[in-house]
Ligand binder design. Structure first.
Ligand code: CMC
Length: 430
């Protein structure tokens, strides 16, 4: 497969370790470090910052240049010319659909939106104010128990049905989480509506009143889903792959992904952004919070700024910023106090030496939080919406892994604990 070699010599040993170098079609080539095991070593890379855990054909990111492409198509072009469901088809199947495939796919997703009635009883078990991500995690895991007839992970047809079910049912589940939280009856999906309109219908409609859907808002939600659709081997996607590598069923793997997404360093950042803006409270306090973010002894960070991979700008944030302005303009919200703080914070941080030097730019979650706040989505729902959009990425990576040769994921460690010692009975311990 390769002609290129890397040579690793440890402490001047006579026989160096010869490592293969595998070429990427784009971006960094990788050094295959597996031979070090045979010589009695592991490799160490905290946070997997320079470790490729897999080969993949789905998404490419160049963090320095701010490039994100799905199956070779730049995200800016998909956001402008495509829509969420078409992008789902692309990510899942590798190619854009032709006209017939596009309509067929829309119809397949449309006809899988409903949930088994028993799912509603799971929801009843949650406290009235349960966080949507807690419910989502449990409900998606519980879906494993409904589809015994199509859970053979080695059957490509079963895998595809599961992918369709997950993409179709996530908006229904997410909207139910919201309804549970506010104590309103659940809304059934309306399959005459498009994907994002249907989500808004289930979120904001109620059985007593028809809710008119603003097309600018529906378009913004479609972009939110599209911009979150996939992001290669991030923490939640890697979690889905790792769970799947043991042969676990795809619903439980996606539930694991939802759990990993919840944290504030990952998908939970969009909720954290709004909480931070509330905490700042007034434009006059921004300088103090920026000062705190720069203080090494203060754990406070500016949420919605910085990214592990993007060190120039986050291309999703560029599109999101435009959508954000369109939504604020449409809804006449430029004077909202929280949004004013956000706009001012963005300007200050973009000019601040510390943030410029460390290449900490507003990321996708900064603007997505502002958009969701503007369209009336409650803060606790933000990460559930990220999860809804990301479901296609999770299931596509899982499918890619299962369709190819794979091994159970089993990282090693650098042990720095105690040496072997004698067990001392409790009555003899000091
Ligand atoms: N505010 C203040 N300082 C920061 C921030 C921030 N938001 N982010 C990073 N830094 C500093 C950090 O203190 C460190 O400084 P030093 O080199 O002096 O120790 C330096 O920048 C590098 O930070 P890091 O933590 O080593 O970077 P990382 O790649 O491990 O973390 C991150 C990336 C996204 C977790 C981090 O930037 C962060 O916590 N940001 C806020 C949370 C956030 O917005 N997350 C959403 C990411 S986008 C959505 C997604 O894909 O999940």
């Amino acid at each position: 497969m390769t002609e290129r070699k890397a040579i690793l010599t440890i402490d001047g040993e006579d026989t160096p370790i010869v490592l293969n170098v595998y070429p990427a079609t784009l971006g960094q080539d990788v050094i295959d470090v597996s031979p070090v095991l045979g010589r009695g070593y592991f490799t160490f890379d905290q946070g997997f910052a320079s470790t490729a855990s897999t080969e993949s054909k789905i998404t490419y990111i160049d963090g320095d240049k701010g490039i994100l492409m799905h199956r070779g198509y730049p995200i800016e072009e998909l956001a402008e010319k495509s829509d969420y469901l078409e992008t789902c088809f692309l990510i899942l199947n590798g190619e854009l659909p032709n006209a017939k495939e596009k309509v067929d796919f829309q119809n397949i997703i449309r006809t899988h939106t409903m949930l088994n009635r028993s799912v509603e009883s799971f929801f009843s078990g949650f406290r009235y104010d349960a966080h949507p991500m807690a419910i989502l995690c449990g409900a998606v895991g519980a879906m494993s128990s409904f589809y015994h007839d199509s859970l053979d992970i080695n059957d490509p047809h079963h895998r595809m049905i599961t992918a369709h079910r997950l993409i179709a049912k996530m908006p229904t589940l997410a909207a139910m989480c919201h309804k549970h939280f506010i104590g309103q009856p659940y809304m059934y999906p309306d399959n005459s509506l498009g994907y994002s309109e249907n989500f808004l219908h289930m979120m904001f409609g109620n059985p007593c009143e028809e809710k008119e859907i603003n097309p600018v808002v529906a378009k913004a939600v479609d972009k939110l889903f599209l911009l979150h659709a996939d992001h290669e081997q991030n923490a939640s996607t890697s979690t889905v792959r790792l769970a799947g590598s043991s042969g676990a069923n795809p619903f439980s793997c996606v539930a694991a992904g939802i759990a990993a997404l919840w944290g504030p360093a990952h998908g939970g950042a969009n909720q954290a952004v709004l909480e931070m803006l509330k905490q700042i409270g007034d434009v006059k306090h921004i300088d103090n919070f920026v000062k705190r973010a720069k203080d090494k002894d203060d754990p406070f960070r500016l949420m919605g700024f910085g990214h592990r991979v993007y060190k120039n700008f986050d291309p999703r944030a560029v599109v999101m910023k435009k959508t954000c302005d369109a939504v604020l303009g449409e809804l006449g919200l430029f004077d909202d106090p929280l949004l004013k703080i956000a706009k001012r914070l963005e300007t200050i941080a973009l000019e601040d030496e510390y943030f410029v030097e460390k290449k900490l730019y507003p990321n996708v979650d900064f603007y997505s939080g502002i958009i969701m706040k503007a369209i009336g989505i409650p803060t606790e729902m933000f990460t559930a919406i990220f999860a809804t959009g990301r479901t296609v990425g999770w299931i596509s990576h899982w499918n890619e892994m299962i369709s190819n040769p794979y091994r159970i994921g089993r990282p090693r460690q650098l042990y720095t604990g105690p040496l072997k010692r004698e067990y001392v009975p409790v009555d003899q311990r000091g």
